[in-house]
Design a protein around this ligand. Structure first.
Ligand code: G3P
Ligand code: CA
Length: 269
């Protein structure tokens, strides 16, 4: 079993709540972290970006439009990019009403607030550095926040923290700045390119629909920067049949908006 499987304490892939338990609570909010905890899910995934004044915040899109009421609060500020708003402005936005009235008043969390909530639940964090090309230096800043929150101590880096990105440059930078931190490269790179990535990425994390048994075994045959077989966390699988199929490929983890469904479908395999 890989370290990820071992850390989950049972057979079957690790189950990671995508943007929190985002089928049941607004994505990337503290409520979605709480919901994952309530469902007994110990891993959460999030997306990190940066405000105009340099605060790291947890949100998926590079625009605030889809998941907040920014259009109403700041009507003249199209296209409402995260990077064009200050942290104080973003803190005024409602990031819950779009999802459902029960979540009215949920906020876009700062990374600091988010990590504190994950820690409070004793959960584990799969942190995605989103669109790093928009935010030069975000790798160092992300590690600084994690360090301030105690997440770069041995206990955390040894099994509770993975930093991932679609940008190989960003993943390499994280590895170079803090070699102890476990890292993941999002996407489905060609097998021929894996030896290069194995120098700085512990995981290759592909879309589930790009997977095969052969690809997963090819990745796992490489040794990552920490001397263990490279792992595969697949995204985003929300139904029982898809979860069983993906688990059958031998993946180490499944990233899902419905972690309860995937957990039920994959345990006992
Ligand atoms: O963690 C994998 C997944 O989150 C990558 O895609 O667009 O949901 O950030 P996206
Ligand atoms: Ca993500």
């Amino acid at each position: 079993a890989s370290s990820a499987q071992a850390s989950h304490g049972g057979p079957g892939p690790v189950v990671i709540a995508h943007r929190g338990a985002s089928a049941y609570a607004p994505e990337n909010t503290l409520a979605a972290v709480d919901k994952a905890a309530e469902l007994g899910i110990d891993w959460v995934e999030n997306d990190v970006q940066r405000t105009k004044d340099g605060e790291l915040v947890v949100i998926h899109d590079d625009s605030l439009r889809r998941t907040t009421d920014v259009e109403e609060v700041f009507p003249g500020r199209a296209p409402w990019k995260v990077k064009d708003f200050t942290a104080a402005e973003i803190a005024r936005l409602d990031a819950g009403s779009w999802f459902g009235a029960a979540y009215a008043g949920a906020r876009v969390p700062t990374l600091e607030q988010y990590v504190a909530r994950v820690e409070r639940h004793r959960q584990k964090l799969l942190l995605e550095i989103k669109s790093p090309e928009l935010y030069p230096g975000i790798e160092r800043e992300t590690l600084k926040v994690l360090g301030n929150e105690g997440w770069l101590d041995r206990r955390h880096v040894a099994g509770r923290l993975i930093v991932q990105s679609f940008s190989a440059d960003s993943v390499r930078t994280v590895h170079e700045l803090k070699p102890a931190v476990k890292t993941g490269l999002l996407g489905t790179p060609a097998v021929a390119d894996l030896p290069a990535y194995a120098g700085f990425a512990d995981q290759i994390n592909p879309s589930h629909d790009s997977l095969s048994l052969g690809y997963v075994s090819a990745v796992q045959a490489f040794t990552g920067p920490h001397g263990r077989p490279m792992e595969v966390f697949a995204w985003t699988v929300d139904d029982a049949a898809g979860a069983r199929l993906t688990a059958g490929y031998g993946v180490d983890g499944i990233i899902t908006n419905r972690p309860d469904v995937v957990l039920a479908a994959t345990r006992g395999q």
